[in-house]
Write a protein that binds this ligand. Structure first.
Ligand code: GUN
Ligand code: ZN
Length: 438
């Protein structure tokens, strides 16, 4: 049997978009010998090779990926591109890590040339790991967002990003003001939101580094531009939670601070959500806000264990994220590995199908991007990756004995990393191909 694509295909899995409540099992479709036809950056047909091959025009370029698995490109719902150069920095916890490593590193983004160079490396690294969409924090400097969007746009990647807003409780050299933060964010979103595949996210770093005036200004922008994204951090670390309560004493909970300023709504994404209570989880659900679960970061910084069982129980929209540089890997496969173990500790068996769903169609659904990304359904943007079950000796040995799709995907999630990603395509274009001899 053959596989092709470009017009092309291979033995392919395709996650179709579905309602958030739809289980991963219902969302998945698997083709043992598939053909995916891509034209002008979109998927136009997908089906069994034997049924579709006859429809291919002569002269169509066919890429044969037999023996590999095509899946939608991964979606990382929370990552900091300026922290690329400080990944794997040791610290006793979140707040000293921010003070001693993060802020000095982010200062360097006052230089747009440095920002452009880091953005380029960062996107290369995402491509190596099979991540085709990410929700990206820039720094407080408008030029950092400009540099990121310019690089992403040049590659025709679908990225969501924003300039960080912070006007207090951080070094002077990283501060904006309520007014300048709002003005610069508005300029950037008018320039980039909807330019090509770029999307903007209003990005107040977290409540402790924004004054009430800044969160208020951010809420006004959110009302004025209802289709932009919002991203921030919440309830990551117990010291941080205590600090947020001290700074906003009138609010019921840390999450309620954001709610008070109109920052909880569909297309808002909150990193971590570890120390939420049940009322918070239900509020996230009712608001249509997304929790970005960042297991490698939470373990690395000792922040705590995300309660996956409680998140599921409350129906809180949840997706996976690396949170580099707090996270210790750019790979969504490594992130699945850690998420599985953390979910186990909360009493939930997180299946591989569910993890792949969370990293593709589930994330897209929660972000309102289900018609564009996270799926191989006809009509979607052609962002997809090729996974190689023989990428490493151990993967080859384990996957040779896999008896189901679940076992195959589980092996990728537990044993895989960037080496498992044979190729990454965005909008139908090959952006990364791993040399065969690695
Ligand atoms: N909280 C506020 N800023 C940050 C950050 O850069 N990383 C993490 N992990 N948490 C934060
Ligand atoms: Zn973060």
């Amino acid at each position: 049997a053959t596989a092709a694509f470009g017009a092309a295909a291979s033995r392919a899995t395709a996650s179709s978009a579905g309602a958030w409540t739809e289980t991963a099992n219902e969302a998945v479709a698997y083709l043992d010998d598939g053909l995916m036809i891509v034209d002008q950056g979109r998927i136009v047909r997908i089906g069994d090779y034997a049924a579709l091959a006859a429809e291919l025009d002569a002269g169509v370029h066919l890429t044969d990926w037999r023996g590999r698995l095509i899946v939608p490109g991964f979606i990382d719902t929370h990552i900091h591109y300026p922290q690329t150069d400080m990944i794997a920095s040791p610290a006793p916890g979140l707040l000293p890590w921010l003070e001693n490593y993060t802020f000095p590193t982010e200062r360097r983004f006052e230089n747009p040339e440095y920002a452009a160079e880091v953005a380029s490396f960062f996107l290369d690294e995402l491509q190596r790991c099979g991540t085709t969409t990410a929700l990206v924090y820039c720094t407080v400097h408008p030029g950092s967002a400009q540099a990121f969007f310019a690089e992403s746009h040049a590659r025709n990647l679908r990225m969501v990003a924003g300039k960080v807003m912070m006007d207090r409780n951080c070094p002077e050299f990283l501060r904006d003001t309520a007014e300048s933060g709002a003005r610069d964010s508005e300029e950037l979103l008018r320039r980039w939101h909807g330019t090509g595949r770029q999307l903007y996210a209003l990005t107040p770093r977290f409540a402790p580094t924004s004054s009430a005036a800044q969160l208020g200004a951010c809420g006004e922008l959110a009302r004025a531009y209802p289709d932009v994204f919002i991203q921030s951090h919440v309830a990551e670390n117990r010291d941080e939670v205590r600090w947020a309560h001290e700074l906003f004493p009138g609010r019921r909970s840390y999450l309620d601070i954001y709610d008070h300023y109109g920052l909880l709504r569909p297309r808002s994404v909150y990193g971590h959500c570890i120390w939420l209570d049940e009322a918070d989880r239900l509020r996230m659900r009712d608001a249509g806000a997304l929790a970005a679960h960042c297991p490698t970061s939470n373990q690395f910084l000792g922040s705590g264990l995300f309660d996956y069982a409680a998140a599921r129980g409350a129906g809180m929209p949840t997706a996976l994220a690396t949170d580099v540089g707090g996270g210790s890997s750019f790979s969504m496969l490594q992130t699945m590995n850690e998420a599985h173990k953390v979910a186990r500790l909360s009493g939930h068996h997180l299946s591989a199908l569910e993890m792949f769903y969370l990293a593709t169609a589930g994330a897209a659904q929660a972000l309102g991007l289900q018609d564009s990304i996270g799926t191989l359904a006809a009509g979607a943007e052609a962002d997809f990756i090729v996974l190689d079950p023989r990428a490493t000796a151990l993967l080859a040995r384990r996957t040779a004995g896999a008896n189901s799709l679940e076992e195959l995907l589980f092996a990728f999630a537990m044993l895989g990393d960037d080496r498992a990603v044979a190729a990454t395509y965005a909008a139908g274009r090959l952006l990364h191909r791993r040399p065969d001899n690695c």
